[in-house]
Design a protein around this ligand. Structure first.
Ligand SMILES: C[S@@+](CC[C@H](N)C(=O)[O-])C[C@H]1O[C@@H](n2cnc3c(N)ncnc32)[C@H](O)[C@@H]1O
Length: 462
């Protein structure tokens, strides 16, 4: 828009200006509700102060300060109002931890030919070791990193038990298994072959897991000035928290002219407001597993996995009309679905189309109103038969934020009676991982129950 405004004639300029003002006004209204509660400013926190000073000394330019937020640890807050297109933060390439930095390290020279090792694994090993190197150039950075990342990879037995049967449970178990395998492939072999570089007391499973969580939760994909796309740690910028309506969306390429990584704003950030980054289009399960949090607000990338068996349709040829061969469909929260075309009843349109086709209830222009209604009744009842059992499998949470198991029924000597619901825990006093696990289940329940509500009210009207 800025470019168009510079080059267009007077009449067009007026129109472009109006368009730009309208776009900016709409951008300004986005994400206003996502203002988490700031706990404190940073002046009393040495590690964060030192990190900012160290960054400044090495050329970091920033319109942001560090602040502490409830439930999110550190975050970055705008010290002045920052407009669309303005750079909130600028990090010199020389401070970025990437495979190019790794190439100059002892770790790289020692193990570059070891068992087809990837540069990502070498970076992980480098950071595990560098954290304990008192003369590291990145000492201040490592000192400001959390002792524990508290991601899904560190979930304890109670949190995992609470998640059993969910997609998140599978995701965490698979990721943990993968990391365990990786650790066993590397250790104790590396300690035996390179005892000077890989000390046994440093190469523990806990330290390895810490390094994995560091890279999962803090790394960014960056195109370096060499043109290479690399997974990197970016000191200071690693303090930016994620939001579903972030201020910073487009970043990740080192500026050729300034040799720095810039973080420009896609929506304005007022002075004193937390400045959010986008970590990517991740569903809640991914954010819990690899980052250890669920974002506030409706996340458009959340989904419920469905296995729709279309084998019966294939036999009678109806499968040809199913537009995709995949059996897993994204079921978005109904508040995100769009209307238009055939009725969607507030339900996800791709899911409805798939079911209409799979059940042989395809609609076209010649379908009569009565047939549409009859077909849709079949589709909606099928949906309820899929989602109602899912809802029953998720435990209820009451208003006082306590978590209960489902009612227990038992056969007494004389009559059948049911026991009162059993209190599992008070959520306030639950551990961080159990709270997160329960939060994830609440989210699943919210999405599923919105589908059930839409189906039920649609059925009343068809
Ligand atoms: C890149 S770091 C951001 C800085 C981090 N808050 C800190 O104190 O070091 C990513 C981590 O921040 C936290 N985080 C990021 N966005 C969050 C959010 N919207 N809500 C809660 N925690 C968040 C999670 O613990 C995540 O693993």
């Amino acid at each position: 828009m800025n470019k168009l405004l510079l080059t267009s004639n007077a009449a067009s300029k007026e129109v472009f200006q109006m368009l730009q003002d309208e776009i900016v006004a709409r951008l300004r209204s986005v994400g206003k509700k996502d203002n988490s509660q700031m706990v404190s400013q940073t002046q009393y926190h040495d590690a964060e102060d030192s990190l900012l000073k160290w960054g400044e000394h090495h050329g970091v330019k920033s319109k942001l300060r560090i602040a502490f937020y409830q439930g999110a640890g550190r975050g970055m807050v705008a010290s002045e109002s920052i407009g669309v297109g303005d750079t909130a933060l600028e990090i010199p390439e020389s401070l970025i931890i990437s495979e190019e930095l790794l190439c100059q390290s002892e770790v790289f020279l020692a193990i570059k030919d070891f068992n087809n090792i990837t540069s990502e694994t070498m970076l992980l090993l480098w950071s595990m070791r560098e954290r304990h190197n008192l003369s590291s150039k990145f000492k201040t950075y490592f000192e400001a990193l959390p002792e524990n990342f508290n991601t899904g990879l560190s979930f304890g037995i109670d949190a995992l038990a609470a998640l059993e049967g969910t997609l998140l449970f599978d995701e965490i178990m698979q990721a943990k298994q993968h990391l365990r395998q990786q650790y066993e492939d590397l250790f104790p072999l590396l300690c035996t072959n390179f005892p000077e570089i890989f000390r046994k007391d440093v190469c523990t499973w806990d330290n390895f897991l810490w390094a994995c969580e560091l890279w999962y939760s803090n790394s960014m994909m960056v195109v370096l000035s060499s043109g290479k796309l690399s997974t990197c740690l970016v000191p200071v910028a690693g303090l930016l928290n994620h939001s579903v309506s972030p201020h910073i969306l487009n970043y990740g390429r080192v500026d050729e002219a300034t040799k720095s990584l810039k973080f420009p704003l896609s929506r304005p950030c007022d002075a004193g407001e937390q400045c959010f980054l986008s970590y990517g289009k991740h569903p809640g399960s991914h954010l819990v597993t690899f980052y250890g949090f669920l974002p506030r607000g409706d996340n458009p990338y959340d989904f419920i996995p469905l296995d729709l068996d279309t084998s019966a349709d294939e036999e009678d040829g109806a499968a040809q009309s199913v537009s995709t061969s995949q059996t897993t469909h994204m079921v978005r929260g109904t508040w995100l679905s769009r209307s238009g075309g055939f009725p969607t009843y507030g339900l996800p349109q791709p899911l409805l189309s798939h079911l209409r086709a799979a059940l042989g209830c395809d609609l076209d222009e010649s379908t009569t109103e009565a047939d549409i209604k009859e077909n849709d009744r079949v589709v909606l009842e099928t949906l309820l038969s899929i989602f109602n059992p899912m809802l029953e499998d998720l435990p209820e949470t009451d208003e006082s934020d306590r978590c209960y198991s489902r009612p227990h029924f038992c056969v007494g000597a004389i009559h059948l009676h049911h026991l009162p619901v059993v209190l599992i825990s008070n959520r306030e006093s639950a551990s961080w991982d159990v709270k997160l696990a329960l939060g994830y289940k609440d989210l699943q329940r919210r999405i599923i129950s919105s589908i059930v509500t839409s189906c039920t009210s649609a059925l009343e009207n068809v």
